[in-house]
Ligand binder design. Structure first.
Ligand code: PMP
Length: 415
């Protein structure tokens, strides 16, 4: 029955991680998988997550293992949406005049983390909007391709990264979308800390992208996997989305929100999909929510509740929330330190090539600038693991291995 099944490609980050685990060399370094690691190379359950878990454990609520609704935990969703759009900041004057109307424009549903939010949004748009195609940045997080392939939407690339200048290819993006995208096409956008390159548009460039989407009737689809983790600043990391939200004339778009990295809740699968519509009309919102719930019910009934309770507990408590900010600073601060350490070491070694992009790129990942052949060599000669594109996860670096990694890079660049 199953003998003639097609072969499918392995997921690269997980395959690289598997190869790393098998490697018995004592000096091996894992720069493949996108997970936070401490200075000792260990996972880090956030302090604030431990506090929230303790609180939840002590409360010992008899409902704690009950089903959520199909939409999910409404209190969690409200807090999650507020993190993205900041409806409740009294200083946000642009929203003050029509606050309730702004909130009404967003329909939120709990998902199986960021991947589930991407998948659910793709399914909704594929079924009901029937876009001509989806424009995916080249390169991107590999799973975007799988997700949109499964949704049955034709995929096209826009050139995201300028390999020579080692930055976001703004001209290429605008040119491609202006010349070739059509009304109701989807455009995938990484809200911050682009995976895999770490290269983001500037604010001025985001403004042009929003104008282009509006002028051509394109549907932006934001992937928000690193809010607060990228810069340590929630507002800065959501700036692009808030700009699109406040854009006039109004834009309609999706946001896939993940709590994997910013709460370190990778395996708990905590996330939300927010769909922004232009009117905020009750009938539209009800229909949207009903359709999203229908899709979720048929797939897996509802999202898991354990992790979302932790996030809800933290975001709903002023004290815990400020402790969370500290934890975010700890993680983003360590990443910045390691970027600097790697850069300094490559400069000290006078490794041929330019390395300043290691400092200017943002978030967990950097396109370090090695060719596929060099990636292969650094793995076979030095047991240093990274994706074949040369993407490295900065959080795999620490005081004990950064010199070794720089020497490995130096070696393969020179030979
Ligand atoms: N989008 C991007 C760009 C990511 O890097 C990730 C995490 N690797 C995700 C979405 C989703 O991750 P998760 O499903 O763990 O929330």
């Amino acid at each position: 029955l199953f003998f003639n099944l097609p072969s499918t490609p392995a997921d690269e980050p997980f395959a690289v991680n598997g190869a790393y685990i098998q490697d018995t060399d004592p000096q091996k370094v894992n720069l493949g998988i996108g997970v936070y690691r401490t200075a000792n190379g260990s996972p880090w359950p956030l302090r604030v997550v431990a506090d929230a878990e303790k609180q939840l454990h002590q409360a010992s609520d008899v409902n704690r293992h009950e089903y959520l609704t199909i939409q999910g935990d409404k209190k969690f969703l409200k807090l999650a949406a507020n993190l993205v759009f900041e409806f409740e900041n009294p200083e946000n004057t642009s929203l003050a005049s029509g606050e309730s109307e702004d909130k009404d424009r967003v329909v939120s549903i709990q998902t199986v983390s960021g991947t589930g939010a991407n998948r659910l949004g793709a399914e909704l748009l594929a079924r009901h909007i029937r876009p001509g195609c989806v424009w995916i940045p080249d390169p991107t997080w590999g799973n975007h391709h799988t997700i949109w392939d499964l949704a049955g939407v034709e995929r096209k690339n826009y050139p995201y990264y300028d390999n020579n200048l080692k930055k976001f290819d703004f001209e290429g993006t605008i040119r491609t979308l202006s010349e070739s995208a059509n009304k109701n096409d989807i455009v995938i956008l990484h809200a911050c800390a682009h995976n895999p390159t770490g290269a983001d548009p500037t604010k001025e460039q985001w403004k042009s992208i929003a104008e282009l989407c509006q002028a051509k009737g394109l549907i932006p689809f934001f992937d928000l996997a690193y809010q607060g983790f990228a810069s340590g600043n929630l507002e800065q990391d959501a700036w692009s989305i808030r700009h699109f939200f406040n854009f006039t004339p109004r834009l309609e778009f999706c946001v896939a929100q993940s709590f994997s990295k910013n709460f370190g809740l990778y395996g708990q699968r905590v996330g939300a999909l927010h769909v922004v519509n232009s009117t905020g009309c009750t009938e539209t919102s009800q229909k949207l929510l009903a359709n999203l719930c229908h899709l979720v019910r048929g797939e897996y009934s509802m999202a898991p509740r354990g992790g979302s309770e932790i996030v809800r507990t933290v975001l709903g408590n002023r004290k815990l929330k400020s402790k969370w900010f500290e934890d975010l600073m700890t993680m983003s601060g360590r990443i910045l330190e390691m970027r600097k350490a790697l850069y300094d070491e490559l400069i000290r070694l006078q490794t041929p090539g330019g390395w300043s992009h290691i400092l200017t790129q943002i978030g967990m990942f950097t396109y370090v600038g090695l060719s596929e052949k060099q990636v292969h060599e650094i793995r076979s000669r030095h047991h240093i693991y990274m994706l074949k594109s040369g993407r490295i996860s900065i959080s795999g670096l620490n005081e004990s291995n950064v010199k070794y990694v720089a020497q490995g890079i130096d070696d393969v660049v020179r030979t």
